[in-house]
Design a protein around this ligand. Structure first.
Ligand code: DX5
Ligand code: ZN
Length: 217
């Protein structure tokens, strides 16, 4: 069983972004994961529209935009116009989740909802039918290179059970501390998309690491 690998450019070399995106273009990764951090929802600031536009210019891969931003509704159209194929918002960062999901889809993008480690899967029960993606955060968001939180595996199983029992078309993505050591376990738990930042970009052979994650199970 193979999964989609979504390398996170948060761990790329921003001075050589075109080179790193071109490396991903040659890889088996189908998606590119783009972490937008506003310094308010999370302690860190990463990048915004110009960097997404620059990535879009150099790739036809699926651009998977993860917004760690308060009131993300302010920016859906701009992210779509900048090249986002998927826009994922945090459950904890929006007041009107149902409405926000519809607003994302109205731009033509697919819509995902991310859950922080302490947020239970059950909060998605009502909206699961609307969603294109559920993102299980397996670290506290804000930084690359953190240690995987083991109880995330159980949350992936719960998300899989919720999706299967409702007939939802949502895929399950896992983000944070994912690499060759835990990919198989996550795939068996029901994950469809694995984000990997540090594991890919700190690897001596990123193309091989992507292939190993993809075919881990
Ligand atoms: C963390 C980000 C992740 C991060 C993953 O807040 O959402 O996407 O880039 O990085 P690694 O794979 O290094 O944990
Ligand atoms: Zn992310």
């Amino acid at each position: 069983m193979s999964v989609i690998v979504a390398p996170s450019v948060l761990s790329a070399d921003f001075g050589n972004l075109q080179r790193d995106v071109e490396m991903l273009n040659r890889s088996e990764a189908e998606w590119i994961h783009i972490d937008v951090m506003d310094g308010s929802y999370v302690p860190n600031i990463s990048f915004g529209f110009p960097v997404l536009q620059a990535i879009r210019k150099h790739t036809t891969k699926f651009c998977d935009v993860h917004l760690m931003v308060v009131e993300p509704e302010r920016y859906f159209q701009q992210f779509r116009d900048s090249g986002a194929d998927m826009i994922t918002i945090h459950y904890e960062a929006v007041t009107h989740l149902d409405s926000a999901i519809h607003q994302i889809q109205a731009t033509g993008a697919k819509a995902g909802v991310a859950l922080n480690p302490s947020t239970p899967v059950s909060v998605l029960k009502e909206v699961i039918q609307l969603l294109d993606l559920v993102l299980v955060m397996s670290v506290n968001p804000g930084f690359g290179g953190q240690k995987f939180i083991p109880y995330s595996v159980e949350k992936v199983k719960e998300a899989r059970a919720l999706i299967n029992s409702t007939g939802s078309k949502a895929v399950i993505e896992v983000d944070g501390g994912v690499g060759t050591g835990n990919a198989a376990q996550l795939i068996h738990a029901g994950a469809n998309v694995l984000v990997a930042g540090n594991a890919v970009f700190a690897s001596a052979d990123p193309l091989q690491t992507i292939q190993q994650i993809k075919n881990a199970a």
